[in-house]
Design a binder for this molecule. Sequence first.
Ligand code: G16
Ligand code: MG
Length: 214
Amino acid sequence: MTKACIFDLDGVIVDTAHYHFLAWKRLADELGIRFTVEDNERLKGVSRMQSMEILLGLGNVALSQHDKETLANKKNTWFVDYVERMMPEEIYPGVKALLEQLRKQGIKTGLASSSKNAKTVIQRLHIESYFDVVVDGTMVVHSKPDPEIFLLAASKLGVDSKDCVVFEDAEAGVEAALAAGMKCVGVGSPVQLGKAQRVIEKTGQFKPAELEQL
Ligand code: G16
Ligand code: MG
C-alpha cells in the first residue's frame, strides 16, 4: 500500500529543467561545444559536476578540476538568475491540488531533488509547507541514478521503500527510484522513461486513486 509519494523537483513540479538547459547551452556555446535538447536528457537528474563532465565529454574537451569548477559555478549563476525571476504561478497546473489530495488521504509527501538550489526554488513557489520532508543535492554524496537520495527521503519520512511511489522526469531518476525498491511514475516521454511502472505526460493529471494500480 502506498504510504508516501516522493517528488523530483526540476521537470516534475516546475519547468526549471528548461532553465538548466538554457544555462548549460550558454556555457556550451561559449566553449564551442554542440549541445542539443536531446543531449540535455543525459544531464537531467544528475549532479552539477557530473553534468559538467558529460558536457565536456560531448565536445571532447579536457580541463583541470579548477577550471571545471569555475565553469560549473558560472553556469549556476545563470541558473540562479532565472530562478530569482521565477513566479509562484510557474508551478505546473494541478500539482498543488495533487499534493493536497494525497495528504488528505493520509499519504506523506516528500521532495527529492539533486539540485543544490532546490530549497530556493520551492521558496520562490511558496510550496515548502506542502512537503513533509525535503531532501536535496546538499544532503547526499551520490547523485541519481544512485538510490541514495530516495532512500534518505524514505527514511526521513519513516516509510519503507516498497510503500513509496516516486515521480520523476529523468531517466537517471527512474533508475534511482527502482534501485531504491520503489515504484515510479515517469513524467514525460515513454522513450526515455519506459522503465517506470507508468508514464504520464504531466504531473497534474495523476489521480491518487491510480496509486494502487501501479
Ligand atoms: C536537478 C536537475 C539536473 C541538475 C541537478 C543539479 O535535479 O534535473 O539537471 O544538474 O538538479 O542542480 P544544481 O546545479 O542546481 O545543484 P532534479 O533531481 O531536481 O531533477
Ligand atoms: Mg527532474
